[in-house]
Design a protein around this ligand. Sequence first.
Ligand SMILES: Cc1ncc(CN)c(N)n1
Length: 236
Amino acid sequence: MSFSQYLRKEADAIWEASFNHPFVKGIGDGTLSLENFRYYVLQDAYYLTHFSRVQALGAAKATDLATTASMAAHAQGTNEAELSLHENFSKRLGITDEERQNFKPAPTAYAYTSHMYRAAQFGHLGDIIAAILPCYWLYYEIGERLQECSPEESIYKDWIAAYGGEWFRELVEEQIQRLDDIAETVTESDRQRMKELFITSSIYELQFWEMAHTLEEWPFGNEVFQTVTAEVGEKA
Ligand SMILES: Cc1ncc(CN)c(N)n1
């Protein structure tokens, strides 16, 4: 069994919980409220901005130029494909510039992106791929499972089409192969750490649906968070 197949098996119960989450089911059958999807789009734009930076950190940590170029292309792809999909959704959902400017990441979005930066800061490329792979792979499997669904809301149709599409499958397969190649050359303790990063990201993926389902907020209000984002110059 390849390392990626092993990780997929270990994460199976967590992924099943994502497949069955009311937010995901609601996209498929069209019952998800647009208020929740709107909240998700704002949080996900923040998430993807940082995801793209982590991909770029992966490019910097690669030990050969071909991998650097490929990881940099992935970072650009996140920007061009996924963030532009969100641009499109934002227009259709009437998200204003003011809303974007006043946006604050919810606790889960902040924690998940911080987790990925942690992998990038302390790990090697294998750690980065392990931490970002559920983001690719889980969404692809969700897109595939929802292919047969035909929700009335066109935004949900477009979301399903994007993640179940061929372009996304190729990206996912490339990163799975990269993880397996790296896993063959590293130590058992590296593989154990990579597994933990993969499982933790899988849990955060599940939490991300829950965050959007409950419109999660900071316990003492977003103001507490204002200084943190201002200090590091974060933008959604
Ligand atoms: C939280 C999250 N995870 C994954 C994806 C798919 N790249 C996404 N858009 N957002």
